[in-house]
Design a protein around this ligand. Structure first.
Ligand SMILES: NC(=O)c1ccc[n+]([C@@H]2O[C@H](COP(=O)([O-])OP(=O)(O)OC[C@H]3O[C@@H](n4cnc5c(N)ncnc54)[C@H](OP(=O)(O)O)[C@@H]3O)[C@@H](O)[C@H]2O)c1
Length: 257
C-alpha cells in the first residue's frame, strides 16, 4: 500500500493515540513507526541508537506527522522503567530484537544472555511497564509482540533465537489472559523472511536463494506485507482478538516437511 492509500484508508483506533515502537532505529521497527505515524498516531520511536530514531522522527515531522525519539535499552528493567516513567501509551509494538547464527555447540553464554535479555526479557519489561501505566490510567490498550515463524518451527544455527521467539509466543498468551480484565489486548505477529537492509545481501547469495525457494509463495516478504496484520491487531478492527499469533510468511510455516 502506498503512503497516499494509507492516508485515505484509516484504521479505527490508531489516529490520535500514543504509540510506542521499540527497535525503531532500523528495519521493521522503522517501517512500523512510519506506518503508525501515517495513520495519525503520535509515535514514540525507541532504540539505543538515538541518532537514528532522531533522524526518523525529524523526517516524519517534516511530512506533517507526530513523532518523538526515545533512547531505550529494552534489556534493562531499570532503563525501561526510567525511560517510560510518566508516559501512557495506547498502542505498543514490541519489535526490538537480536538474532545470532551459530551451531548450538558453539553458542556461548554471553550470546545466549543477549538474545534472551533482549527478545524475551525486553518484551516483558516493556509490556509490563506500559500495561501498568494503561491500567493506572484506566484506559486499556493494545500490545503487539513481534515474534517470528522460528517461534513455531526450527532451522539450523538459531537455537537461542528460536527459543526466544517461542517464549515470546507463550508470554503473549499469558499476558493476554492476565490483562484482558484491564482492557489490554496482547497479540503476536510472526513474520517469515522479510527483506531488510541487514539481510538483503544474504538473500542474494545461492544459500539465500535456496531458502527463498522453500517458501511456498517463492518470494521474500517486504515490510509492507506486515502492515495489514499489524494494523488489524493494534486497531479497533481487532477489538475481540487477544492472545493470538498471526504469521505473515508467504506460507513458509506450512511448507512441506
Ligand atoms: N527481518 C526479518 O526477516 C524478521 C523475521 C522474523 C522476525 N523478525 C523480528 O522483527 C524484529 C525486527 O527485526 P529487523 O529485521 O528489523 O532487525 P534489525 O534491523 O536488526 O532491527 C532490530 C532493532 O532492535 C533494536 N534493538 C536491539 N537490541 C535492543 C535493545 N537492547 N534495546 C532496544 N532496542 C534494541 C535495534 O536498535 P538499536 O541497536 O539502535 O538499539 C534495531 O532497531 C525483531 O524482533 C526480529 O526478531 C524479523
Amino acid at each position: 500500500m502506498t503512503q497516499a492509500e494509507h492516508e485515505t484508508n484509516s484504521w479505527p483506533g490508531i489516529a490520535g493515540r500514543m504509540a510506542l515502537v521499540t527497535g525503531a532505529s532500523s528495519g521493521l521497527g522503522s517501517h512500523f513507526a512510519k506506518v503508525l505515524a501515517v495513520q495519525g498516531a503520535h509515535v514514540v520511536a525507541a532504540a539505543r541508537r538515538i541518532d537514528r530514531v532522531e533522524a526518523l522522527c525529524a523526517d516524519l515531522r517534516d511530512q506533517g506527522h507526530q513523532a518523538t525519539p526515545l533512547a531505550l535499552d529494552v534489556s534493562s528493567a531499570d532503563a525501561v522503567a526510567g525511560a517510560l516513567r510518566g508516559q501512557v501509551f495506547d498502542l505498543v509494538v514490541n519489535n526490538a530484537g537480536v538474532s545470532h547464527s551459530c551451531a548450538a555447540l558453539d553458542l556461548d553464554a554471553d550470546t545466549l544472555d543477549q538474545v534472551i535479555d533482549t527478545n524475551v526479557k525486553g518484551v516483558f519489561h516493556v509490556a509490563r511497564a506500559t500495561a501498568a501505566a494503561m491500567r493506572d490510567a484506566g484506559r486499556g490498550g493494545s500490545i503487539v509482540n513481534i515474534a517470528s515463524i522460528l517461534g513455531s518451527r526450527v532451522s539450523g544455527h538459531v537455537a537461542a533465537y528460536a527459543a526466544s521467539k517461542g517464549a515470546v509466543l507463550q508470554l503473549t498468551r499469558a499476558l493476554a489472559l492476565e490483562w484482558a480484565r484491564h482492557g489490554i489486548r496482547v497479540n503476536a505477529l510472526s513474520p517469515g523472511y522479510i527483506e531488510t537492509e541487514l539481510n538483503r545481501d544474504f538473500f542474494a547469495t545461492d544459500k539465500g536463494q535456496a531458502l527463498i525457494g522453500r517458501v511456498p509463495q517463492r518470494r521474500l516478504g517486504q515490510p509492507q506485507d506486515l502492515d495489514g496484520a499489524l494494523l488489524l491487531l493494534l486497531s479497533d478492527m481487532g477489538r475481540f482478538m487477544t492472545g493470538v499469533d498471526i504469521a505473515v510468511d508467504g506460507g513458509h510455516l506450512v511448507s512441506s516437511l
